[in-house]
Design a protein around this ligand. Sequence first.
Ligand code: COA
Length: 415
Amino acid sequence: MSKALDGVRILDFTHVQSGPTCTQLLAWFGADVIKVERAGEGDATRAQLRDIPGVDSLYFTMLNHNKRSITLDTKKAAGKEVLETLIRDCDVLVENFAPGALDRMGFSWERIQELNPKMIVASIKGFGPGPYEHCKVYENVAQCAGGSAATTGFDDGPPMVTGAQIGDSGSGLHLALGIVTALFQRTMTGRGQLVQTSMQDAVLNLCRVKLRDQQRLERHGVMEEYPQYPNGEFGDSVPRAGNASGGGQPGWILKCKGWETDPNAYIYFVCQAPVWSAICKLIGREEWISDADYATPRARLPRLMDIFAEVETWTKTMTKFEAMDAMNKYDIPCGPILSMKEIAEEPSLRASGTVVEVDHPERGKYLTVGNPIKLSDSPTNVERSPLLGEHTDQVLEQLGYNAEQIALLRAEHVI
Ligand code: COA
């Protein structure tokens, strides 16, 4: 079966996590992704957090599936020539170097346009234009600068980062959308364009509801669905809301049977208005159905923490899965806190291709997250990540280099 991005060739100048997330998605949609790496070391993540000595780390393998790897020293004149050939041959250049690195290498947007006016150049930086535009940025810096850390955690504790890599993988996702949009526009204009996103922007986009709340707070001084209401103090910016729901339906994380020893014996419970009667019946508080203090969502707002405590008394009598079953019978929205172990072993995630087992020639079998976006006409086959420089000769031959020229480039340590 054909793939959605068949025929699209990507010059993948990305490293670490943000850029590689983007190009891996494009590869899964069928693009030919050529990852350009420095000879000897390659992408720094090949060696980071290694679990098997001398073997590409899971960090690298899980972010670079379905790509080809070539090694190239783009600071040498002959390396720049190869890069120019690649730029002429590819549709998209994706990079997430530190600000200015591509220009310093001699490949400004203007120069790239001279070489290939149809090329789309897509970049991730830590920050967009402004006081921090020159800064190098990693995941948690973006979480802190994008509004996530200030709004995550509990009110009486420090700001917290989240385990979800919303700065890195989040910006990669945003960039991928920008690239396919630019490819679509190119079918009409015939021109390439610059596609830029920043990690701060990506995090803030994902924290959109918190900017919503900032404005609600400024207007009313309190937010009734926040755990600080009705007794706590609201300052002048959105407080950390613990496990409160970010939407219009209040929710909280509740203990289940075994919570004393199992750190994940919890369930997320949503106190959705249409199923209030079912909730009351299930937990044995039927009088709340007609009690004016509890009967309406508005009346419940100042009593939410008491209601959660009462539901928790009930959830503590069963496992998170039993609670899930019991509540789902009545369409009460809820979700067990699944550990990574449980997720890795979940059969339905394996069946859907979201968790995939991949074989690697040096490390053997490992688990990865497959393509979370399923296209009916463009199925994803997850293929192992390339070894460093595995495809250097193959790609150079495709670009028209003969064996003698390749040998010379190798002798000069350009490849
Ligand atoms: N041949 C020769 N030189 C190469 C090369 C190649 N194939 N590939 C990269 N280089 C050079 C670059 O040109 C750069 O040289 P310069 O500093 O002389 O201009 C150098 O390698 C280092 O690149 P840099 O991006 O600065 O790497 P770093 O390890 O110092 O910084 C980051 C890493 C992630 C902090 C930085 O790249 C960054 O801020 N990127 C943007 C934000 C981002 O994506 N961060 C999250 C990553 S998950």
